[in-house]
Write a protein that binds this ligand. Sequence first.
Ligand code: ADP
Ligand code: MG
Length: 356
Amino acid sequence: MKKVGILFGMEDTYPWAFIERVNQIGDGKVKAEAVQIDKVQQGIDYGYHVIIDRISQEVPFYRSYLKNAALMGTAVINNPFWWSADEKFFNNCLSVQLGVPVPKTVLLPSKERPDDTTEKSFRNLRAPLDWDYMFDYIGFPAYMKPHSGGGWKSVYKVESPEDLFAKHGETEQLVMMLQEEIVFDDYYRVYCLGQKYVHIMPYEPRNEFHLRYATESKIKGDEHKKLMKTIHDLTIKLNKALGYDFNTVEFAVRNGIPYAIDFCNPAPDADINSVGQQNFDWIVEHSAKLAVEKAKAHKAKKNNCTWGTFLQEAISGPKGTRPAGLKTASEAKKTVLKKPVAKKKVAPTKKSPTKN
Ligand SMILES: Nc1ncnc2c1ncn2[C@@H]1O[C@H](COP(=O)(O)OP(=O)(O)O)[C@@H](O)[C@H]1O
Ligand SMILES: [Mg+2]
């Protein structure tokens, strides 16, 4: 008998449906339950062949428990080591390397210094930063959002350098990204499981929360078919590179090109009340199927987590030459058209490592 566990927080529809479905299709060979923890001792195997992790981003105790479980051979979905290492800016960098369209993006140092650092901790940062270059490259309006985060928290639309500096002033110790706005004709949210099961959901982020999935593709026929194939292939490509087994990728479509906007969602919303019955049924069915497959494929005393091609190739050595998407800073400078931008700067605050 193989054992599947699910680790979860406040969500209350998906976990129970997942457990029920695994127990139905597990056919007496695979059984599922809510993970039970009453102690966590180093180097001890608590007996799960597969764990679906829906919450360790919020509970560091669970993340550490899962790393031990992975060491003991549990197929943890998603790999807790990779999840700990990953963030959205790196995701974008990797996409550039992979040739996946992403909005132009730069990383901004936090407005306030991290705890226990002083001005002296930031001698590697030039003051002022090269804001003119960044504004020329990104343009306005733009989006500013945390380099690691989710749930639309601290996501800002900024209209001008002044607006950017004002809003950046509210972001405390968050490391932010400044990103080109993709003015989209169409938007999709895509579930991807096991790097092979893909479910494309039309999504309207401008609707009220409960109506975001109540929308349709804006295009039809062959054009629609072609776009769905492109989105499917880009989704697989990103998840294979990152090594996620349970993720969503969001795409904003501008002039027929799907730009990957948000693709670091390793515990994506799967609540029936937001995704709707049809999408809920898909995610329950396919995640149960994946868990049963992983449980049956589990090899004792081996690492059964998924490792993305980025890491695999980093270890096994590069394949071929530098990928086409990557440039040096001086090559990049040549490609940014110099446009005049508003020069007015907000005075630096005492606490600011960015010094504006
Ligand atoms: N570059 C962008 N262009 C257009 N819209 C964006 C952009 N970045 C974010 N958005 C909008 O803001 C929403 C939240 O941003 P997102 O990157 O998905 O953050 P989160 O991880 O918090 O969901 C998106 O669903 C989208 O509607
Ligand atoms: Mg999002």
